[in-house]
Design a protein around this ligand. Structure first.
Ligand code: HSE
Length: 430
C-alpha cells in the first residue's frame, strides 16, 4: 500500500471529535477505499484538557495551529475552528502558501474568501475542499461539481439551515409562537454561538453563496445575496399559510439566466404539494434543476457530529486518492463575473399579513394602496377578531413586481389603523 496521508486537525469541537472517531473506527475501510492509510499526526484546540470522550494522547498537541503549516510531516490541514476571518483565514492562507492541502467545514470562510483561496490552491495544485460547509451529510458539492457535471445548471434552492427549519416545524407542531420556540431551541443548544447567523438567514446565505459558485461557475459574493431571516414569522402566519395550502420554509434560492444571477434567502410560502414542504425539523434539502437531468432532490441531516464529520472525511479520502482538481470544479481564472438581478425585480405572488384596528374603512384604505401600485388581489382572509379589538387580515396577491409590492407596503404601513408593520412573504410555487 502507498505511503500514508498525514493530517493535522485544527479544532476539536463536535465536528473535530467526529472526524477523529470516524478515522479511528473505520481506519482499515478508509485505507482500502483511499488506497493508502490516513494518519492523524497532530491536533490543536483552544483547550487541551477539555473532556471530549476520546483519547487524543496518541497525537502531537500543538498550541498554535499556524505551526501545522511549517511541519514536513503534515500533508493536509483540516480546519474546524470556524469564523470567516481571523485564525481560520490565516491558517487557510498559510497552509496553501506552504504547500498543504486544506479541508474545512467553514461555510463563512468559503463564502467570504472562497475565490481568493481557490486561486491560491489552484496556483499550487493543492486541494481545497469544503463538502462539510454546505448541508452537512448531503454530498451536494460533489453532486453539483461531479455527478451533474454534464448539465448546465440553472437553479439550485433549498432548506440550508436546520435550526430555523426546526423552529418553523415546532411552531406548527406545537401551536406555540416564535418567542417560546426560540427559547426552547436555545436550551437545546441548536443555535450558532451568534444566533443571528441562523435567525437572520446569514448561515443559509453563506451556504447559498457556495452553492452558486459551484453550480454556475461564477465568482459569487456573499455580499450579493439578498438575506432575510425568520424573526418576523408568527404562529398566525403558519396557520394562515396552512389554510391556504402552503407551509412556510426559509429557503436559499439561486438561479442563473441570461438576465443574470439571482441569489436570495428569505422565508417562503411553498405549496403543500412540493416535496420540500415536507422536509421538517433539523433536516436540510436541496433541489437542483439542470438542462439534461430535469430535477434532482437531496435530503439529509445538515448538521451534527456524524453528518458533518462524514463530509470532512470524504474530502480527506478524495485527497488521499489523489484528487486535487479545482476547488469550484473550474479553474479560478475561468470563473465568470455575471450581472446580478435585483430583488426589486422579482415577479411572483405574495402573502401579506396585516394586524389592524377593526373599524370601517380600513380594508378600503389598504386595497387603495394596493390598487395605486397595480397589485392585484387573489385571496383575502379575515377571521373573527382579537380580544383587544384588533384583527389579522391576510391577503394573497397575483404575480406582482417586488418594487410595486414594497411601495404598497410602505403606503399601508403609514396608515394609522395598522398596529404592527405589515409582513409580506414571497410565495414560491416550486
Ligand atoms: N446552524 C447551522 C444549521 C449548522 O442550523 O444548519 C450547520 O451548518
Amino acid at each position: 500500500m502507498s505511503k500514508p496521508l498525514k493530517i493535522a486537525i485544527a479544532g476539536l469541537g463536535t465536528v473535530g471529535v467526529g472526524v477523529i472517531k470516524i478515522l479511528e473506527s473505520h481506519r482499515e475501510m478508509i485505507a482500502a477505499r483511499a488506497g493508502r492509510p490516513v494518519e492523524i499526526i497532530a491536533v490543536s484546540a483552544s483547550n487541551r484538557s477539555r473532556a471530549r470522550g476520546i483519547d487524543i494522547s496518541a497525537y502531537d498537541w500543538v498550541d498554535n495551529v499556524l505551526d501545522f503549516t511549517t511541519r514536513d510531516d503534515v500533508d493536509i490541514i483540516v480546519e474546524l475552528i470556524g469564523g470567516s476571518d481571523g485564525i481560520a483565514h490565516a491558517l487557510a492562507r498559510q497552509a496553501l502558501d506552504r504547500g498543504k492541502s486544506f479541508v474545512t467545514a467553514n461555510k463563512a470562510l468559503i463564502a467570504h474568501h472562497g475565490n481568493e483561496l481557490a486561486e491560491c490552491a489552484g496556483k499550487q495544485q493543492l486541494a481545497l475542499r469544503f463538502e462539510a460547509a454546505v448541508a452537512g451529510g448531503i454530498p451536494i458539492i460533489k453532486s453539483l461539481g461531479e455527478g451533474l457535471a454534464a448539465n448546465r445548471l440553472n437553479k439550485v434552492y433549498g432548506i440550508l439551515n436546520g435550526t430555523t427549519n426546526y423552529m418553523l416545524t415546532q411552531m406548527e407542531a406545537t401551536g406555540r409562537d416564535y418567542g417560546e420556540i426560540l427559547e426552547e431551541t436555545k436550551l437545546l443548544g441548536y443555535l450558532e454561538a451568534d444566533p443571528s447567523l441562523d435567525l437572520d438567514g446569514i448561515d443559509a446565505a453563506h451556504k447559498l453563496t457556495i452553492l452558486s459558485t459551484v453550480a454556475f461557475g461564477v465568482k459569487a459574493n456573499f455580499d450579493d445575496v439578498y438575506t432575510e431571516g425568520i424573526r418576523r414569522i408568527k404562529l398566525v402566519d403558519i396557520e394562515y399559510a396552512k389554510e391556504l395550502g402552503y407551509r412556510i420554509k426559509l429557503l436559499g434560492i439561486a438561479s442563473l439566466a441570461k438576465a443574470g444571477l439571482e441569489q436570495r434567502v428569505h422565508p417562503c410560502l411553498v405549496p403543500n404539494s412540493a416535496p420540500i414542504a415536507h422536509v421538517d425539523d433539523g433536516f436540510n434539502a436541496i433541489v437542483v434543476d439542470g438542462d439534461f437531468i430535469d430535477r434532482t432532490f437531496y435530503e439529509g441531516r445538515g448538521a451534527g457530529e456524524g453528518p458533518t464529520a462524514s463530509a470532512v472525511v470524504a474530502d480527506i479520502i478524495d485527497i488521499a486518492r489523489g484528487h486535487h482538481g479545482p476547488a469550484f470544479f473550474v479553474p479560478a481564472r475561468a470563473m465568470q463575473e455575471v450581472a446580478l438581478i435585483s430583488m426589486s425585480d422579482r415577479v411572483g405572488p405574495y402573502y401579506i399579513r396585516l394586524h389592524v384596528e377593526e373599524q370601517p374603512g380600513v380594508i378600503a384604505d389598504i386595497t387603495a394602496a394596493l390598487r395605486d401600485q397595480d397589485v392585484s388581489l387573489h385571496v383575502m382572509l379575515q377571521k373573527g377578531s382579537e380580544q383587544d379589538g384588533s384583527v389579522y387580515v391576510v391577503m394573497v396577491t397575483h404575480d406582482t413586481r417586488e418594487q410595486k409590492l414594497m411601495n404598497a407596503m410602505n403606503q399601508i404601513n403609514a396608515l394609522s389603523s395598522v398596529i404592527d408593520k405589515a409582513l409580506a412573504i414571497r410565495i414560491e410555487n416550486l
